[in-house]
Design a protein around this ligand. Sequence first.
Ligand SMILES: Cc1cc2nc3c(=O)[nH]c(=O)nc-3n(C[C@H](O)[C@H](O)[C@H](O)COP(=O)(O)O)c2cc1C
Length: 135
Amino acid sequence: MLQIVYISTAQPGFAQSDLREVLEASRRNNAAVDVTGLLVAGGRRFLQVLEGPEAAVEATLARIKADPRHRALVNLSSKQVDARQFGDWSMGFELGGVPGAGDLNAVVANLVAKLSDRNLAAQFLGFAEIHARAA
Ligand SMILES: Cc1cc2nc3c(=O)[nH]c(=O)nc-3n(C[C@H](O)[C@H](O)[C@H](O)COP(=O)(O)O)c2cc1C
């Protein structure tokens, strides 16, 4: 199974409605091809994990990379894993660092507490710390 982690930046004008569309498409498409993962939006930054069958993850990532609603996609890691970290979610989601949202540090800390991959947990915690106030 392949697991990839990337960060990207929302294009100016990216709105709540875009986020809703992204999540709807993610949940529909990922469930159909056995991809699971997590998307964290901190201010204008995204951090996403995708995991599942290699071909499905790569096809999903290729589609995401071509999406004009965000830019500057940087792959942080790409590795083979034995088990999923987010097996319950076709695409879990957390939001922080924007008016009206919760404390990103707290939600992410709660979320990664159950991860067996502590490096991945540390990546998320670092991201939350940097972007919690970066609206
Ligand atoms: C930050 C971000 C994360 C995304 N994550 C996913 C994803 O996990 N799965 C997915 O299918 N599409 C994801 N998308 C949306 C894709 O770029 C694309 O719009 C979508 O897959 C098209 O699906 P459709 O052809 O069913 O409308 C994401 C887009 C953005 C901007």
